[in-house]
Design a protein around this ligand. Sequence first.
Ligand SMILES: NC(=O)C1=CN([C@@H]2O[C@H](COP(=O)(O)OP(=O)(O)OC[C@H]3O[C@@H](n4cnc5c(N)ncnc54)[C@H](OP(=O)(O)O)[C@@H]3O)[C@@H](O)[C@H]2O)C=CC1
Ligand SMILES: O=C(O)C1=N[C@H](C(=O)O)C[C@H](O)C1
Length: 282
Amino acid sequence: MVDATPTPVMVCGVGGKMGRATASAVVRRDGFELIPTALGKGRAGVVDVDGVAVTVIDVDAEDGEAVLKKAMETYPGLIVVDYTLPESVNANGELYVKCGVPFVMGTTGGDRDALLREVKASGNYAVIAPQMGKQVVAFQAAMKLMAEQFPGAFAGYTLTVTESHQSSKKDTSGTAKAIVASFNDLGCDFDVSQIELVRDVENQTGRMGVPEEHLLGHAFHTYRLTSADGTVSFEFQHNVCGRSIYAEGTVDAVGFLKRKVDAKDSKTLYDMIDVLKEGAMN
Ligand SMILES: NC(=O)C1=CN([C@@H]2O[C@H](COP(=O)(O)OP(=O)(O)OC[C@H]3O[C@@H](n4cnc5c(N)ncnc54)[C@H](OP(=O)(O)O)[C@@H]3O)[C@@H](O)[C@H]2O)C=CC1
Ligand SMILES: O=C(O)C1=N[C@H](C(=O)O)C[C@H](O)C1
C-alpha cells in the first residue's frame, strides 16, 4: 500500500536565499510538508513561506539538539534540508548525525572530506551535494564518466575556470570544484585555488553577460581547455539564473532519501548523481 502521509521537512537556513526557495518548493510539491520550525543563526523570528509561518530558532541562543529531537518526535519521518553557510557545514552535519535525522546538505564549503567521512562512518542517511540542479548534475556526471572512461585524455591542455555568483557568495563554487576534480582525472594540471571568482557587478553584466535582474541570484560557469600549441580548444558552460532549478532538485533529493530510509537501504550516503541515476529527478 502506498503511504499517503506527507514527508515532513525542516529547512535550516530558511531565512536565507536558498533556504527560502527550497521551503517554497516543499510547500508547492504534493507529498511533502514544510514543518513550522527551523534552525537559524543570528536571527530568530518568523519567516512566512507561502502561508506557512516558520519559527526560526537561533542555534546560538537555544540548544539545536533539543529542538531537532523535539521536531523528530512531533514529525516522525522528518528529513532536514540544510542551506546554511560554509562555516556551519561541519557542525550542522555533526548535529544531524548526533540526532540520527536523515538530511540533504546543499550547503557548500567547509571541510568536505571530514563531512563525508564522518557521515559515512555514522551510517546516518544523507544526500550531500554542491549542486542540485538536474541538468547541471547531468553535466557533472558526464564529465565524471568521461574522466573514468578516458583518463588523461586532456593531458597537456591548459584549463581555465571562471565562475560568477551574487556578490554575497563568499566561497568558491562547490560545483566548479567537483568538475575540476574530473578535469584533473582527464589529465589537466589545475588547482581549485586557480578558479577565477567573479563577484563584481561590472564584470558580471559586462564580461559574463549576467542579466541585471539576476545579479542577486545567478551561477555562470565557464571551463576552457586549450591544447599546448593553441590549435585546439574546448569550452563548456552552464549559466543558471535564479534558484528554482536547485530548489526543485532538493525536493527530489528529499523524496529519494525518504525512500532509501523506508527501504532500510544498506547504502546510506548519496550524492545527486545517485539521485539522478535512479530517475528520481523531475
Ligand atoms: N547545492 C546546491 O545546488 C546549491 C547550494 N547553494 C549553497 O547554499 C548555501 C546557502 O546559500 P544562500 O542561501 O545563498 O546563503 P544566504 O546567506 O542567503 O543564507 C544562509 C542562511 O543560513 C543561516 N545560517 C547560517 N549558519 C547557520 C546555522 N549554523 N544554522 C542554521 N542556519 C544558519 C543564515 O542565517 P542569518 O541570516 O541569521 O545569518 C542565513 O539565513 C551556500 O553554501 C551556497 O553555496 C546555493 C545554491 C544551490
Ligand atoms: O551559492 C550559490 O548561489 C550556488 N552555490 C552552489 C555552488 O557553490 O556550486 C551551486 C550553484 O553554483 C549556486
